[in-house]
Design a protein around this ligand. Structure first.
Ligand SMILES: [Zn+2]
Length: 100
């Protein structure tokens, strides 16, 4: 069973995913900027990010936090995200580092 803080973290990232989906739907740069600030603030406090790379910026296509990856020649997408981005997300999570 999840502890209260695990379940609060899961709710937090669920909310972040909903915001990211809305930002994507409306192509809302300000909302993406806010997602990045919120993500960086909570990860600076030691909250781990979920796996998958959605909450780190992409080093390949420069998609920002929360934004889906953009098809880039020579860099095939693995599901919705570049493998390099997923790797960066795993590194951030393993080191409990803030979102770059
Ligand atoms: Zn990308």
């Amino acid at each position: 069973m999840l502890s209260d803080s695990d379940s609060a973290a899961a709710d937090f990232w669920d909310g972040m995913r909903e915001l990211a989906a809305a930002a994507t739907r409306h192509q809302d740069e300000e909302l993406f900027g806010a997602l990045h600030k919120i993500g960086r603030a909570v990860t600076s406090g030691g909250l781990p990010i979920p796996t998958g790379g959605q909450f780190v910026p992409c080093p390949v296509c420069r998609a920002v936090t929360g934004q889906p990856c953009i098809n880039t020649p020579g860099h095939p997408l693995n599901d919705d995200f570049h493998p390099e981005r997923v790797e960066l997300g795993e590194k951030v999570m393993a080191e409990l580092a803030p979102i770059p």
